[in-house]
Design a protein. Sequence first.
Length: 271
Amino acid sequence: MSGKTSSSSNKAKIARRVIEVLEYFDDAHREATVMDIVRRYNRPQSSTSELLSSLVELGLLHKDPYSRAYCLTPRAALIGTSGQPELVRDGRIVRLMDRLVAQTGLSVALHSMVGLDAQIVNWRHGPRALAATRELAGGVKEPLARSTAGWLMLSTIPRQRCEGMVRRLNAEAAEHEKFAFSEMMARIDACREPRHLFGPAGFGTGAEALSGLVPRQPEGHPLVISVVYGKDDKVTPEALFQCLSDAMRACLPDPVAQHAQASVEQFSHAA
């Protein structure tokens, strides 16, 4: 039994290290050497070099023969896209994040729900990014009860099931992180209609965020966009909300409304 457990543990470590390598690359890190990965994740040099070579063979990384630096291939970007919702597959969610960073200068996060955790799917660092958020990246998780993104995602769950999840979150929380059940449920219920919320960004940052549910997501698979700012940042809530609303309308238009508008325009031209 111990042999099987050890084998499973090793496979999990390998999978985790593959994801770490892929998530290392971002706007600030278009290339990476073996030592870049070693230093970032405190991994052994020999096994890291072997892992990167394997990813080259699989077509997920390209290695420059002169600089010996690695970069992502298109295959790495496109794996899994076919089975995703259209707004993920066609890049609209990426354009939304890019637009928000460009317009606000703030950092923007995309969150999903993994069991009882909120996970950062993607983190875009803005030029005004807080020092406390600079180490955040995709893959980081924390319990849903700790952030506005988590509360919003819980608000998409039918209430009876949501109550069970909240009770379990409280039961599993450390003593200093426990909360009043009725207060947490009231907070979550208050999110069900507006679908956006100002509050704690979570993930140990001490930052604030405006978070909004991404519209038209499959049931049980909510996504949340958060614009993250510091308490000392000069942020006007109304202006920030308007910016998020305008960006969502521009990048994630309602296909039903688009079709209706197109029909009206076609009718007008015919008349």
